[in-house]
Structures are given as C-alpha cells and as structure tokens.
Design a protein. Structure first.
Lengths: 170, 446
C-alpha cells in the first residue's frame, strides 16, 4: 500500500515535470556560461520537442549516445546540452540506476594532458546533470584520455568522434 | 659575532666544495676539455679507432668473445654521438702480432688514417672469467690517457666495458655519461600498455608491470630503486610506486586522476597530478604516497610536473591561459611564470640535468615536434622536423642525449638524439607501439 502511494506521488511529480520540460530546457540552456552559444539554443529546443516521447519509449538509446566536444575543450556544446537534458529525463525516470561517465580525447594531443582533459569532460557532463537535479551520488566519472579511441584514422571526422563522453549505465 | 663566524665557516665549506673538485680534476686531467666541448652545438665528432682486442689465450671461443667485446666498446662509445668510429679495414694493425702497450704502438700508423684517439684491449679468458686491460691513447700526443684493468665473469662483459666507457667519457667531457642508466617506457606488445625498461642503448628490454590494463608515465626515483607510474589495474587511473628491489608496491588511489609522477631530485618525494578536489592540481607527495601539500592552486588543468636539478623549481603544463602551455613555479615562493608563448599546444616538459634548458613537445602545423627552450624563454630550438609526430622528450642523466617517442616509421617507437637534435636513431625494435620514455639516473656515479 505504502509503495503504491509513493509510486503515485512520484508519477504526480514526474508527469508535470515532463510537461514543464520544454520551458525548463530553455532556461537551462540560457544559463550556460558560454556567450558564444547564444544564438543557437533557441531554434534547437523546438526541433528537439518531438524526441521526449521517444525518449521514454526507448530509454537505453538515449544513454548510449555519446556527447561530443571541440578540440582542447571541456565545455558543453548546445548539442551536448540538449542530449544531456534527455539523459536527465531518463535518469529521473530510472531513479534506481547509477551511471559512469567516461571522458575521452582525440589522439592529436599528448596523453598526460589528455587524461586531465578527459577528466574535465566527464566532470562537466556530471555537473550539468547534477544541476538538473540528478543526485551526484548516482554519477561517477573516469577519464581515459586518448587511451580508448572509437576510431583510429588520422582525420578530423575520426578525431571528432573520439572527443566524447561515453555513458555507461550500471 | 656568532653570525659572522657561521658565515665565515659556511664560506670556507662552500669554497672547499667548489674548489676541491676543480683542483683535483685540474691535477688529473689537465686538458680534458680540449677534446669535447659539450656546449658546442656544432660538435665535431672525434675520429676514434677501436681495433680488435689482442688475446693471449688461443681458444676460438675466447677470440670470439674478445671480438664481441671490442664491438660492444665501439658501439657503446658511438652511441654517445661524440665519436666517428674509423673503419677497421683501414687499420695498419694486427692484434695477433702488434703490441698494445704504449712503447709498442706506432702512433704514426694511427695518425695517418686520421685517428685522434685510439683504444686498445688486451683480452684473456680463463675458466669462465674474463680479464681485460683497456687503454685510451691520444695518437697525436703519442701518450696514454687512461689505462684500466677489469676482471669478472663472462656475463659481466657489458658492465666492464661500460665502466671503461664511463671513464673515457668522464675524461673527455667531465661527466660520467649514460652507460649506467636505463630507459623505462610504455609498450603495447603484450596487448595492453605495460611498463618496460631497457639499458641505455636499448639492450635487454624487460617487462616491469603485468597489470593487464593501461599503465602509463613511468618515473624513476633518484637511486633507480623505485618506479612510479599510473595504472588502471583497479579500474581507474591510480598511482603506484613499485619497489624494484623488493617487488612491492604502494598505491595512491584518490578519487579521480592520480597521474604524471615526477620524483624530487635527491629526495624520497614526488610531485603528481591528483583531481580529488574536482580540479586537476599538482601535489607534493611522500615516497610512500602521503600528500604533503598542494603545489598549484588555480582553476583548470595542471599536469606533467618536472623538477629543476636542485629541486627548488618545477615546470608543468597548465591551461590557465586557455591553451596548454609550460609554466615554471618556484617551490618556496610559489611564484609562477609562463615559459612558452609560441603555439597553442606545448606539453610534456622535461627539465635538463644541467638545469639550463627545458625540452617539450610542441604542436607545430598540426604535428607534434620536440623543442628545447632556454630558461629565459628566448631561445627555442626545434629538434625534430618533418618526421611524423615526435613527443615525450626525456634527457639522459648527463644531459647529452634526449630519448623521445616518434611515429616517423609508422608505429610509435622510442628514438634517441643528441641534445642538439643530431644523430636521431631508433633505440630498439619491439612488437607493438612504444611511448612515454623516461631516462633514469646513472648508477656509475660512484
């Protein structure tokens, strides 16, 4: 009986939460610290509006998506922020799971510095999720620097794929 | 009064330390710097003749051993980059007939083929023991400079030869050279990145770690007994300090990163980057892994410390200005200055043993190359050009050579060059890729 009550209460909170998510998104994106990204976020959330229902149907796909970074940067791009919003939704719905964020880098740098950069990439995604209300205790981070590339060609297309955070649901 | 007396005593002690060695060198080797000026970037190689050794006992095995010993002597000295080894085919010398002692040598036979230095060997093998008498001659002055006798087991051959090489180089440069040093590096040969070590010339590579995980950034303690490194063997990047004598390990496994160890010269302490605070900062640690204090304190990445030889300063990489650059911090005053301004990616600093230069990897036109910079930040000399990526420079203990990692022939391998960028050659051939070389101290300093 008690459990059902809790589930009902949780649903009461989650459903309005989902309904408000569009306005929430805008606020959070606007609050991001990079002035460079100002013009981008406004059209983007509108495009992203259809995905949320899809999110709740196939939750794992959202967590399997990597987010990508610019060269020598650990700041979240608008696309990465949108992706993290969707991940936050899923994490709210699946409140019993924990996640490990792996920070990765491309091979153009040197591996000492890249380990530190990967650490920052994982931490910036974690901080964003924590800001969205996901408990910090549910998220661990690890940096692999340039040690675990998904792509080994020496071109920009490949480097871009390697500059990523990978999310492992535990 | 007391203060004055103390100052006076201190002055005398310092004076003794300073003048003592100079005086004794001057006595022993009046003209040692006549041969090699190690500060000269356009070094002329000295023509050196190393004929085959004379053997007294006649067995073929002894003769073969004598030949391989002479070859080892020649190749070891050639490794330094100071010498031009002369072709034995041109020698007017037969080790079977001609003598190797000063009065028996016809120096004109050597000066005529251009040899300025000559090393002769008298080799004997008795019951698994070998004895060799090695002599270095100045052919133009027609005199012996060094004469040494070594006795040992057959498998001490390398050690004996390298002791003599050390004597030769000390006479010619004032430093003991690199012959008692090792190079640690990372290799993927086993399928994982593991730490290996080999002798200074690439001989006898040995696998040091069997973590079956990613292992990186080897760093030798001053006495060569401990090897600090980073490994993911417990699932995350932790720091390990391996006692090579006892084969024991201590670990530093704070939350986040535990990477890029660098031993403080002359102390059982090391600096390393830890990120448990949420920021990648450099800390000073005891050799047993306890945090002594935090050394850097600024938001952003601080990584890859390297110590000045006196242990009073360290250089490191920071992105506090927006891109990775090399900075120098004074340990006591905590004053920081930026060393590199050219380019937007300067990492992997390595402080020279003489203290006057810092080598680092710089991204130039999209490729990593090795640059050596004066401490004032004015004279930057790029040592590698148009040969793939070149990174992770590490100075030899005498400052005459730099080991580095390059993919110029495809996979990353370890290479060695002189401190002026000449004589670039591959150190060893192994399966997999080799990176992160780190040169040890020289254990022939005694």
């Amino acid at each position: 009986m008690q459990k059902k009550k809790w589930i009902f209460l949780a649903l009461l909170l989650v459903i309005p939460g989902l309904m408000f998510s569009v306005s929430c998104q805008k606020k959070l994106v606007d609050a991001s610290p990079k002035p460079v990204t100002e013009p981008e976020p406004q059209p983007e959330p509108e495009k992203e509006e259809p995905p949320p229902p899809v999110v709740s149907k196939t939750p794992d796909v959202i967590m399997q998506e990597d987010i990508y970074f610019d060269f020598d940067k650990a700041t979240l791009t608008p696309a990465a922020q949108d992706n993290l919003l969707r991940k936050a939704e899923w994490l709210r719905e699946n409140s019993d799971v924990t996640v490990t964020i792996e920070g990765h880098c491309d091979a153009r740098g040197t591996n000492e510095y890249n380990l530190a950069l990967g650490d920052r990439r994982a931490e910036s995604a974690k901080a964003f999720l924590v800001d969205l209300g996901i408990a910090a205790s549910r998220i661990t981070t690890i940096s692999y620097g340039e040690e675990r590339p998904v792509c080994t060609q020496q071109d920009e297309e490949c480097w871009a794929k390697n500059r990523r955070d990978n999310f492992v649901v535990n | 009064m007391i203060l004055r007396w103390l100052r006076c005593t201190l002055f005398i002690i310092v004076a003794i330390f300073l003048i003592g060695p100079i005086y004794s060198w001057a006595q022993d080797d009046k003209d040692q710097y006549e041969y090699i000026d190690i500060s000269n970037p356009f070094l002329r190689k000295i023509p050196l003749a190393v004929p085959l050794f004379k053997t007294e006992t006649g067995s073929q095995e002894a003769k073969n051993l004598a030949t391989s010993t002479a070859e080892l002597l020649a190749s070891s000295l050639e490794f330094t980059g100071y010498f031009k080894l002369l072709d034995r085919g041109a020698f007017l010398f037969d080790p079977n007939k001609d003598g190797v002692l000063t009065p028996q040598i016809n120096f004109a036979n050597w000066t005529v083929i251009g040899a300025e230095l000559l090393i002769t060997g008298l080799f004997e093998e008795v019951g698994g023991n070998i004895t060799m008498e090695l002599r270095l001659f100045d052919t133009f002055k027609a005199r012996r400079i060094i004469g040494k006798k070594y006795t040992g087991r057959k498998n001490d051959q390398r050690k004996m030869i390298h002791r003599f090489c050390s004597e030769v180089i000390k006479y010619l440069t004032g430093h003991r050279g690199v012959f008692g040093s090792k190079i640690a590096f990372v290799s993927t040969g086993s399928g994982n990145k593991e730490i290996y070590s080999c002798e200074f010339d690439g001989y006898n590579p040995q696998q040091v770690t069997r973590n079956q995980s990613i292992s990186l950034f080897p760093a030798w303690s001053n006495d060569g007994r401990y090897l600090a490194y980073t490994s993911y063997k417990s699932g995350k990047p932790d720091l390990f300090i391996k006692d090579l004598a006892e084969m024991q390990e201590t670990s530093i496994s704070e939350k986040g990163l535990n990477i890029t160890p660098a031993w403080v010269p002359g102390k059982f302490e090391l600096a390393a980057t830890l990120s448990f605070s949420g920021d990648q900062e450099i800390y000073l640690l005891t050799g047993s892994g306890k945090v002594i204090k935090r050394l850097t304190n600024i938001r952003g990445i601080d990584v890859s410390p390297t110590w000045s030889p006196d242990g009073k300063k360290f250089a490191f990489v920071s992105n506090r200005s927006g891109s990775p650059q090399v900075y120098i911090q004074d340990l006591a005053s905590e004053k920081v200055r930026r060393l590199t301004f050219e380019g937007s990616y300067n990492t992997q600093p390595s402080w020279s043993p003489k203290g006057d230069k810092i080598a680092y990897a710089s991204v130039v036109d999209g490729r990593r190359n090795i640059v050596v910079m004066d401490l004032n930040g004015e004279e930057a000399l790029q040592l590698t050009h148009e040969s793939g990526d070149n990174e992770a420079p590490s100075w030899s203990p005498d400052g005459s050579l730099i080991a580095f990692s390059s993919n110029r022939e495809g996979p990353f391998r370890i290479y060695v060059m002189t401190a002026f960028g000449t004589d670039q050659r591959r150190l060893l051939v192994m399966t997999g890729e080799q990176t992160n070389p780190k040169w040890s101290m020289n254990d022939f300093n005694n």
